[in-house]
Design a protein around this ligand. Structure first.
Ligand code: BTN
Length: 252
């Protein structure tokens, strides 16, 4: 932690009670922002999830935050970034005394087999130029049960990990600091320095899984990720790698 505190001071944090989407807020302002600038909200009216799905974010029940980053190397260099973000968030939680949180490829946080948090990285830019990244995180803290019914999959919340929740400002600051440090590392050396940690946290490690790609179903044993963030699957024909896109992974 001392190492993290020694980093450059935090960039501005824009805080809202209610907002459409913290990702949207930053995305609309990319030209005026500097790397590390963030947006926090108590509630979103149009929270965005991956694959165009809505993200349910009732008032005061989640950590809802987004961080802006300008990646000088451009869009191609952003590949695998969301996996590094997952590692950063889990390590932030570990440092606050929340053990046992895992990662489900490509980038969900899981606790005891249920989704604890989601990550949505959105980017814009043109080939050969620096690109704008908005990294969004929605982490369930304590969700009201009637709201939970709107969520289309088994979910968990931070109070299941540890009933005594740390102060939310402390949690936000800790996640932002870890995220900022991870982005600096990622910018310098890409995903490579996160791969070992990701594989340590892999929810499916060594388990039979099935990959759903459109109509296609591929079965194998999950063998972590490679240096690009591709999923390694041990199949009858040896290790195969899959690089994301419209793929979903289930216990097989
Ligand atoms: C997922 O589908 O798993 C990703 C969910 C990401 C939700 C967060 S909440 C903060 C940020 N703002 C958004 O509109 N979405 C992300």
């Amino acid at each position: 932690e001392a190492q993290l505190q020694a980093l450059a001071p935090m960039a501005p944090v824009h805080c809202f009670s209610v907002i459409d989407s913290t990702n949207q807020y930053l995305f609309e302002r990319v030209n005026q922002l500097s790397s590390g600038e963030s947006c926090l909200a108590e509630c979103q009216t149009a929270g965005r999830g991956r694959r165009g799905k809505p993200w349910v974010s009732p008032f005061g029940c989640q950590l809802i935050l987004s961080m802006y980053w300008r990646l000088e190397q451009g869009m191609a260099a952003a590949m695998g970034l969301s996996l590094a973000v997952g590692v950063a968030v889990v390590e932030a939680l570990e440092s606050l005394g929340y053990p046992g949180v895992e990662l489900k490829w490509p980038n969900d946080l899981y606790y005891q087999g249920r989704k604890l948090a989601g990550i949505l990285v959105e980017m814009s830019g043109s080939a050969g130029a620096s690109c704008h990244l908005v990294i969004g995180i929605g982490l369930n803290l304590a969700m009201p049960s009637q709201q939970g019914e709107k969520i289309d999959q088994a979910w968990s919340e931070l109070r299941h990990v540890q009933p005594e929740l740390v102060d939310r400002n402390q949690l936000a600051a800790c996640v932002l600091l870890h995220l900022q440090a991870a982005m600096q590392t990622f910018e310098q050396s890409g995903l490579a320095s996160f791969v070992e940690s990701w594989n340590r946290l892999d929810y499916f490690a060594g388990q039979p899984v099935k990959l759903l790609m459109g109509e296609q179903v591929i079965r194998g044993i999950a063998r972590g990720i490679d240096d690009r963030g591709a999923l390694r699957l041990e199949t009858d024909e040896g290790i195969k790698v899959y690089l994301g896109g419209e793929i979903s992974l289930r216990r097989g």
